[in-house]
Write a protein of this length. Structure first.
Length: 73
């Protein structure tokens, strides 16, 4: 199962805020950072916009590239 870390209170309940563990996790993500709630919101809004109505039946991974290849987070 893929876990895509997003900087939320729940994340910081598991990984200390600004900890070496958080920094190490960010380095393992191809984008070099952990996702934010805004990243998720922007993806959600894309699918809500009627201008994007030709996109159907898709899965959009909001993961900074972590789902590409064999990287497991």
């Amino acid at each position: 199962m893929w876990h895509r870390p997003i900087l939320t209170d729940n994340f910081w309940g598991i990984v200390g805020k600004d900890s070496p563990q958080q920094e190490a996790l960010a380095r393992r993500i191809p984008m070099g950072r952990i996702g934010t709630p805004r990243d998720v919101t922007n993806a959600f809004l894309f699918f809500c916009d009627p201008e994007n109505s030709f996109v159907t039946g898709q899965t959009l991974y909001v993961c900074g590239g972590a789902s590409v290849g064999s990287l497991q987070i």
